[in-house]
Design a protein around this ligand. Sequence first.
Ligand code: NAG
Ligand code: NAG
Ligand code: NAG
Length: 321
Amino acid sequence: MKISTAALAVAVVLSVFLGASSDGDMPSTTPRVKTVRGKKVCDRGWECKGWSQYCCNLTISDFFQTYQFENLFSKRNTPVAHAVGFWDYQSFITASALFQPLGFGTTGGKLMQMKEIAAFLGHVGSKTTCGYGVATGGPLAWGLCYNREMSPMQSYCDDYYKYTYPCTPGAEYYGRGALPIYWNYNYGAAGEALKVDLLNHPEYIEQNATLAFQAAIWRWMTAIKKSQPSAHDAFVGNWKPTKNDTLSKRFPGFGATMNILYGDQLCGQGDIDAMNTIVSHYQYYLDLMGVGREEAGPHEVLTCAEQVAFNPTKAAVTASS
Ligand SMILES: *[C@@H]1O[C@H](CO)[C@@H](O)[C@H](O)[C@H]1NC(C)=O
Ligand SMILES: *[C@@H]1O[C@H](CO)[C@@H](O)[C@H](O)[C@H]1NC(C)=O
Ligand SMILES: CC(=O)N[C@H]1CO[C@H](CO)[C@@H](O)[C@@H]1O
């Protein structure tokens, strides 16, 4: 009760603030603009670089600032947290700069852009929380409490990938990061994409918050299978469901992102706690950002309670092989 009232008060204050700024939709820096094959493309310096149509829109730091990051992850540096001093706003923005020209947080209008950041961070917060039950500030205030799995029961080396992503002797591929990566093959694939040798040095992820966020945004932006949408495409509506998808109750939206990332571990089982905790983080962040949880859409879009999984267990991100 206390929690939701506080969240609501913050949301009201923020929405008044946002509504009052008449130039709230104006980018803070003026983009360089040109036309390529009839399309307007822009370059916005380091945060959105490389002549992309997405860089003509607001950048993430135009609508998501340090104080908002601090609000969302307000307990992450308290003494009982497990990654004190590790996570910060600047590493998130620096990491996002790799993906903003590809549409991360820069697709659609301001509302969609803010929703995508809340959605992505909702996944992050729920996977890195140490807020349980009676935690002070409420269970949702404890995102980014961890940057690694604390007591791994195994080293997550899957020999099936010994030719493509061979395990380095002594390396441990336990969960690390903002959307934790597990297993040699996931470290291998993320490392390839980010051009960092994560197969030999999985520990880099728990030493470098920018890299940890980059790996998480890469997972969000990249389809797990070629025939399927990325979480990003499913969320912003780039993905058009087939008839088969519709029959499987898969609609573009937040529910589909959970389906893509976690499949049948989470989806198609009704309103289970494991799914609800991710949804709650997303809603909480929407409120704190001044968007409001009512923008999350109806139950069948917001959750994957009734959705058939895109991927059977084996292919899901955190599958235990
Ligand atoms: C952290 O990772 C980023 C992104 O890969 C890299 O640019 C940076 O140099 C790294 N920082 C350190 C201290 O290694
Ligand atoms: C439709 O879905 C079913 C069940 O998930 C699957 O077996 C079938 O291959 C799908 N068809 C197409 C065309 O994707
Ligand atoms: C590429 C892209 O998503 N551009 C968007 C920029 O923002 C406007 C609204 O402000 C959208 O209509 C565009 O689709």
